[in-house]
Design a protein around this ligand. Sequence first.
Ligand code: FE2
Length: 412
Amino acid sequence: MAVGNSLVEDLYNQSKCFSSPIVKNIPNFIKKFTIKELHKLLIRIKDDSLACHRDRIRLYVDNKRKKPFGEKAFLADLPDPNMDLNKWLEGYFDKKDFLLFINYSGSWSNELATLLADFSAPLLEKFSPFSLSLESHIIIGRYKTTPFGVHIDDPNDRVIHFNLSDNEKYLHLWDKEKYRELTGSFEYIENMNDIQEYKTTYTIKKNDAFVLPAAFYHVGESPKISIIFALALTKISKKDLILKIVDEMKDDLIKSISSDIDYAHFEDEEVLKGVLEEEFLTVNKSFNDHFSTSLKKYKAKVKSNRCFVEKPLIIKKEISIELNENTIFTKIKPFNIEFFVINNKIYLYARGHKFSCKEHPSIIKFIEYLKKEDTFLFKELLKIDEVLNHAFVDKLVRWLVSTSAFKLSSGI
Ligand SMILES: [Fe+2]
């Protein structure tokens, strides 16, 4: 069972944990995510040029989003990983307030994603992996109030704030009903001036883990630069789970629609109805197949990524390493690959990513070996089945390494 178990058990077993704020010590395994790891994560975001377009990293300076390309310029200016990031941030922003928010930070760091997997281990022994998701966000900054205003989190989220820095951060809280009484509604407000005398303030010190129940409006304050790792544990409702499967089916269903509906059909309701009835009949015929495939895909995706279904670790661009017969493959634990065969096609999932190819008994034998073994040499892979094409083996193992399901090291 993973370390940090007691905090997680408290979270899921004691309902009072969800009704009142709690400050605990950070479990030791979370401390493995050091400022050095954070620095490496930022460099990885810089290398992934799409990051800014996805809006997953947001920089606020004096409570405003810097436009245009504020985040890109910041990432481009980042110092070498050997430098002290904290000192550099102080110099870079000088006296200005700033806040850097990194959404789904586990997508950019294998260390962080692995740590989240450790965190989820005791939960997965008790709950279905389809009932949970984990999101990790990082909030770095110095600010009088967080730029998101006084707000409330999603009621299905359990958010834990881990303070990874030396400095204190404060969270000001208002009970939901009191908030409505004070502001006249449940809407968020930009600043807390009018309601501040009614706030309850919690101090999150170095190495503190603060559990924020979903029933409280809140806003953060950080007089000195703090680094907060916020972990949101979400209970997926049954309705959301169904929507996720429908979402998985959407692409396949769209493919079965003929798409030659004439724009003129929209003028005549009866004609359009006739055309759509025919389309629905076609879709309906293939519904069972699509449903079965989509359900299997969703399950394999979730299991291979240990319930972080939303944003898997970003795939590495190119694995340039030369493979020789003594190259060692090691599975990155606690993850494992998942696969299934349907309609003469093999679907393989690693860390939430998908690889598909035509069904072949040799490939299945090969994948079964990969699923069973934790470490092996490249030459052992080549011996599994004589008919297996070496170029295919090469392609598949490189893909597995690019997903971080396996790592490579050179043998003797
Ligand atoms: Fe929040």
